[in-house]
Design a protein around this ligand. Sequence first.
Ligand SMILES: [Zn+2]
Length: 429
Amino acid sequence: MIKADLVIKNARQVLTCRGEAPKLREQMMEIGLITQGWVASGRGKITYVGDEKGYRAKVTPEEGCQVIDASEAVVLPGLVDSHTHLVFGGSREGEFVQRLWGMSYQEIAQSGGGILSTVRATRAASYEELLRDARRRLDRMLRLGTTTCEAKSGYGLTVDDELKLLRISRELHQSHPADIVNTFLGAHTFPPEYISRKEEYVDLIISEFIPRVKEEGLAEFCDVFCEEGAFSVEQSRAILESAAQLGFKLKLHADQLTHSGGAELAAELGAISADHLDYISDRGVELLAEKGVAAVLLPGSNFFLRLKRYPPARRMIEAGVPVTLATDFNPGTAMNESMPLTIALACLEMGLFPEEAINAATINSAYAVELHKSVGSIEVGKKADFIICSIPNYLHLIYHWGINHVHTVVKDGKIVVREGKIVNQSSFP
Ligand SMILES: [Zn+2]
């Protein structure tokens, strides 16, 4: 018999998102739907998923087993947010209003705004302040159904400040119910003190930053903002190759504002993901498909910047690129932690079907952080990470948009959000 210490019974729908990862082309329409579904877990792992008959025949609940009646609800895998800038100081609401007045990014940067204003605020903030703010954001993510997220450094830009940001997300990974995958993004932008000595900063990242991050075991991934005005293809290649040599897995901010050749570079280097991709070339699409590089699409930032152009998601799906979704949560261009809203925007602005968008936010997003063997779908042996939404069917997650439908979140087999509220978090102020 299979043992269980937590059971979800009689869900209207269980979306398992099961199957081999990543899902490609028409597989993205397959969500592994079970109606009147039952899910059981033991010791934090999924032990059963199927119908009631199978449950009765195979599963024995242990003494004290928690039972959740989901007869009015829909169960999905915990959402995976594969691209966030979780830890930073300050905020940039003034800049948001300046954009509404018609100021350009250039003008905003010249008036002291933009990414460097976040770098200043981040350097000035204490470890405790940054930790407290990041924890609040992570709490919001959890309440919105995100059980695993990636977090990048990139607002420190000195070795000590970058390490500080990574230590904070590492501490949160250990102390908060949500899991965090760390990415070192020292090559986010050039710090003001190196603005006229760019090559020196690239050398510093290679000779000092990356080895220190490695030494302290603070990140699994290394990322570079490859763009005109940021890091060139040559500079990005040098940084990423040196990171790969030390065992880092690679990501790339690619082709966001122009066709910079970032997607081609991601394919060349065997990166796990290329992110943004608004201006990806046809050749770039082909190469990502050929090499199985995940395309992490971030429609929330396009929406917030009021851009008319979105990444060509349909073309990528048709070409066989592993398409994934993430929030890009950051203070400048996407101050929003919501994966459900991101899923809705993917449908409304990029023409994804709901099934494709849900797979892109779960199993394929797990692939983009190389965790698809343990999270991203409801399958026996995986982590018991689920969300239970108070909706009549899964289409309401998107159709009834902009609302938090997440009622209960189970992480590692434990209820961590109940009735939309975080359970047992003594550290919450
Ligand atoms: Zn980003």
